[in-house]
Design a binder for this molecule. Structure first.
Ligand SMILES: Cc1cc2nc3c(=O)[nH]c(=O)nc-3n(C[C@H](O)[C@H](O)[C@H](O)COP(=O)(O)OP(=O)(O)OC[C@H]3O[C@@H](n4cnc5c(N)ncnc54)[C@H](O)[C@@H]3O)c2cc1C
Length: 291
């Protein structure tokens, strides 16, 4: 393993100063992505800044308006077992339960998952349909980016080199809603997904069905994408019959542009888009909404 200088700041201002003074530094949260990349010589940072002691990156809470804040250091286990997340967004808790193995879920964080930027990142499709916001901070201030603006390409975020993600915020949803997450890997555990899909409806009087749909797809484009054509089709449809849901899943193929890679072929990914979107839509239509 290549040598690097290790720092473990105990305050945020100390951490931000280190990021400012070491442009080649890498942050270490759970280390489940970072240490693998350093070991495999995919990256060779001269400085690694361990952020695990920064308390302000921890915690899951909801304000009086129903907006949820998840600290960047919350692990997949903590999120999937959070009473608040299980009650409000059970499909997101389920997505966190799919990550790796128990050891990886106990160690890996949501901040690390979104900053790693893999189009197969397990938490991302749910965060996209929830319109999540990424809160960032550096030595000169704070900024907020919608999750869909956080990526500039595969495994490439738009965060500045000296920025840290402090938290992820899920805006409150007015009225009823229902969401679902589905994924397919080569195995049922410790297997990065070949394709992922999340879908949701929210109560909306302005559509013929009284529901507005959002659909996100992972691992079928350089970044997670919204299936805009399928959303438009569903939001204009007269009903949520089985035929309509199946047609919407076909339309989602127009949104995807998968490639062949070590995990699978583009043809199989297209099959998965159809099957996973159809299953997500049936999940959310056959169940009544949460409020
Ligand atoms: C065996 C194995 C199986 C896995 N299975 C899955 C899976 O099924 N699904 C899946 O999505 N992932 C999987 N992963 C990948 C990984 O575990 C997750 O992406 C995890 O959430 C990464 O979190 P971490 O805290 O370990 O990140 P780290 O490795 O600490 O960091 C990852 C990247 O994010 C940056 N970073 C971390 N925190 C911040 C922050 N707060 N602000 C700015 N930058 C930050 C780091 O500098 C680094 O570049 C797997 C990994 C392994 C080793």
């Amino acid at each position: 393993m290549a040598k690097f200088t290790y720092h473990a700041p105990v305050t945020m201002s100390e951490c931000l100063g280190m990021l400012r003074d070491n442009p080649g530094a890498k942050l270490l949260a759970g280390g489940t992505d970072l240490m693998v990349k350093i070991r495999d010589k995919l990256i060779q940072p001269d400085v690694v800044i361990d952020i695990k002691s920064l308390d302000e990156l921890k915690g899951i809470s909801m304000d009086d308006e129903g907006n949820i804040r998840i600290g960047a250091l919350e692990t997949h286990t903590e999120i999937s077992e959070s009473k608040l997340i299980l009650k409000k967004y059970p499909f997101f808790a389920q997505a966190c339960r799919w990550v790796g193995s128990m050891q990886i879920r106990n160690r890996g964080t949501i901040g690390g998952n979104i900053c790693n930027g893999s189009p197969a990142g397990e938490t991302l499709p749910s965060l996209y349909i929830l319109n999540a916001k990424v809160h960032l901070r550096n030595d000169s201030g704070k900024r907020v980016l919608p999750i869909s603006d956080f990526y500039c390409g595969p495994q490439k975020t738009c965060a500045y080199k000296d920025e840290i993600v402090t938290s992820i915020h899920i805006p409150a949803i007015k009225g009823k809603y229902k969401g679902a997450y589905r994924r397919q890997g080569r195995r049922n555990a410790v297997s990065i997904a070949m394709t992922t899909a999340a879908a949701m409806w929210r109560e909306d009087d302005s559509t013929p069905t009284g529901k507005r749909f959002s659909i996100a797809l992972g691992s079928v484009a350089p970044t997670v994408i919204m299936a805009k054509n399928a959303e438009e089709f569903l939001n204009g449809a007269a009903s949520c019959s089985n035929e309509i849901l199946e047609k919407a899943a076909m339309v989602a193929l127009e949104d995807a542009s998968p490639i062949n890679d070590i995990r699978t072929t583009s043809d199989y990914r297209n099959e998965l888009v159809y099957v996973l979107v159809k299953r997500c839509l049936k999940d959310i239509i056959c169940n009544k909404g949460v409020e």
